[in-house]
Design a protein around this ligand. Structure first.
Ligand code: DON
Length: 301
């Protein structure tokens, strides 16, 4: 049933006339071929089903924010919320005005400003290298596979062109909500976004958020619940309402065209299609998740 559904979805996506537009504000992403598609599903019984270009690697980008948040909640618990909010926003993921209106407290941990604060918190007294090693280790552990690395060219590419993130970091600094130098925190954040994995690995990475490996608890249950709630309300930025309406379970998107979606207690789903919609979320990835949700009756509503 699931296998048939996946092959039907892949056929549909290969023929889709509108594949969206790849992100061009990060030069390394602008060169990615939009005619690629992959989907992978991990189930509670340990089975994994996949279709498409499942072994091609892509950078996690904002999907990494769900993992840095998991680590920060583990380390600081509710203390984290004094620095970052938990509310959705109708402004873009890299909005400056949102941050100014919030007096330097980002709306949520998934918009860029919020994720920069979370990474800043993760650094604590560590060096960026140590912090990144911990983040990569966490992702490798979640996947159960050590074959996961940072794409240095991607990180460098974003560092050179990420003026918007630089402005967010400087604004945060001006309101005392960035504890390290901008270059230090942003350097770490750009590298975190440049962690590469393939679609099969991403689906496995999400199992702890779906509660699929309870014997191997990575973070407390209450943090799993919090992260899923935030993925549902904020995981697709100003397109989160539309995603919840159409798909019906939590998801976190990345500007590389990947989405990690969680059907609590049932499945961890990864999809990758590099072309984006106007909110910066994967166009075909969202349609694929909608089709999967309908076919499997996986909406939580
Ligand atoms: O900071 C950025 O702009 C990127 N590294 C990540 C943004 C992103 O993935 C937004 N997602 N859809």
């Amino acid at each position: 049933m699931l296998e048939d559904t996946l092959s039907r979805i892949e056929k549909y996506m290969r023929k889709a006339p509108d594949k969206g537009l790849v992100a061009n504000y990060i030069p390394e992403l602008a060169t990615v071929d939009p005619n690629q598609f992959a989907m992978s599903v991990c189930l509670a019984n340990g089975q994994q089903f996949s279709c498409g270009d499942v072994t091609t690697r892509f950078s996690m980008q904002s999907i990494s924010k769900a993992f840095s948040l998991a680590m920060a909640l583990g380390r600081y618990g509710d203390g984290l919320w004094s620095r970052v909010g938990r509310e959705p926003t109708s402004n873009a993921f890299n909005s400056v005005v949102d941050l100014e209106l919030g007096g330097g407290k980002p709306r949520n941990p998934f918009v860029n400003a919020g994720a920069i604060v979370v990474t800043d918190a993760l650094i604590g007294g560590r060096t960026p290298k140590e912090t990144l090693a911990e983040i990569v280790q966490f992702v490798r552990y979640a996947v159960g596979d050590a074959d996961i690395y940072i794409n240095e060219d991607m990180a460098r590419s974003e560092n050179l062109t990420g003026d918007r993130n630089w402005s967010l970091a400087h604004f945060l600094k001006s309101t005392d909500n960035l504890y390290h130098e901008c270059e230090l925190t942003l350097g770490t954040y750009f590298h975190q976004c440049a962690i590469e994995l393939n679609c099969q690995q991403l689906a496995r990475a999400g199992r702890f958020l779906a509660g699929l490996n309870p014997e191997d608890e990575m973070i407390a249950n209450r943090h799993v619940r919090s992260i899923n709630a935030l993925m549902m309300t904020c995981g697709h930025y100003d397109g989160s309402g539309e995603f919840a309406y159409r798909v019906g379970f939590p998801g976190k998107s990345g500007v590389s065209g990947g989405i990690l979606a969680i059907v609590p207690g049932v499945a961890s789903v990864a999809v990758w299609a590099p072309g984006l919609n106007s909110f910066g979320n994967s166009l075909l990835g969202t349609i694929a998740l909608e089709q999967l949700s309908l076919a499997m009756n996986w909406s939580v509503f």
